[in-house]
Ligand binder design. Structure first.
Ligand SMILES: [Zn+2]
Ligand SMILES: [Zn+2]
Length: 297
């Protein structure tokens, strides 16, 4: 069906598709698709400590219905769980150890010991978390210069992919300068539920991911990057989600990004694909609900 036909068509479509599964699901899908889902943001980042309540209020006013809050290190685990308890049904937590650890001058490639002591926490909070992330590979030369560093990153990534399978959860994945290895590793381990956030690999590599059933999300910063338009054009809308990656990757790198800016990605994807923002909102939200199935419960 044409996705630009708007709300009534979408409603009828949902109704006919979901009728056999009960009317509640129809109504639920209808309500949820009238809003955005930020599929990748860092609400537990220090940048939000002072004013998280106002940040989330602005997100709500901007039409955000749900936020998938990823972590970079174990020190954030308790914080995202706490946020999800303070904002039930709005903030949905993920646990993950990012391929880069530390910050500023101390930023370095992840090591197995950054993950191992915290493995029991994934089990302990398995009912709370909606995905494993932010995990992945970052082979930016100044962080992962040696084969040993890259191998260690792959070990940490694979271990967390295994955890996601064991817990039957999707993964929220970072991939920089490592597109081929990231997609190949995930396929090798039989991962089927995955979001590749801010993906910047070649369109041909992205299409391999699409074939494997993966989703791709793009933050506001891509609207300033002409090269990414080619990628967005090729990936079918049925495999695209929205993200802000707040507090990073806003349109101005000197200004803190926040989930309330999600409309920027939506409008940019709509412009690149030559369709309405409404269609992008509805389809990306349906995609997000399909991928992060715990958001429905
Ligand atoms: Zn990332
Ligand atoms: Zn991130």
């Amino acid at each position: 069906m044409k996705r630009t036909n708007g709300l009534i068509t979408r409603f009828i479509y949902n109704f006919t598709q979901k009728f056999t599964r009960g009317q509640n699901i129809v109504i639920y899908t209808y309500i949820m698709t009238r809003g955005f889902i930020d599929c990748h943001c860092h609400l537990s980042a220090n940048e939000f400590t002072q004013d998280i309540d106002n940040v989330l209020l602005r997100a709500k006013k901007a039409g955000v219905k749900a936020l998938v809050a990823v972590t970079e290190g174990a020190s954030e685990f308790e914080k995202v769980i706490q946020l999800s308890k303070t904002y039930p049904g709005f903030v949905f937590p993920c646990f993950g150890i990012h391929p880069l650890q530390g910050s500023g001058q101390d930023l370095h490639s992840v090591k197995v010991q950054d993950l191992e002591p915290f493995l029991p926490l994934f089990q302990k909070y398995r009912d709370y978390i909606v995905a494993v992330g932010e995990i992945g590979l970052d082979f930016t030369p100044w962080f992962a210069n040696t084969a040993q560093e890259r191998d260690e990153q792959i070990k940490v990534f694979m271990k967390q992919l295994e955890i996601s399978k064991e817990l039957d959860l999707p993964v929220n994945v970072h991939s920089r300068s490592a597109a081929n290895v990231t997609i190949a590793t995930m396929k090798e381990l039989g991962i089927s539920q995955a979001l590749l956030h801010n993906f910047a690999g070649k369109p041909s590599v992205a299409m391999e991911g699409v074939q494997a059933g993966f989703y791709f999300s793009f933050p506001p910063a891509v609207s300033k990057n002409e090269q990414r338009a080619k990628l967005i054009k090729q990936i079918p809308l049925e495999h695209i989600c929205l993200e802000t990656d707040s507090p990073a990757l806003g349109t101005d790198k000197h200004v803190r990004n926040e989930p309330g800016n999600i409309m920027i990605c939506c409008e940019y994807i709509a412009k690149v694909k030559g369709i309405s923002s409404d269609a992008v909102m509805e389809v990306t939200t349906q995609n997000a609900l399909r991928l992060f199935s715990k958001l429905k419960s």
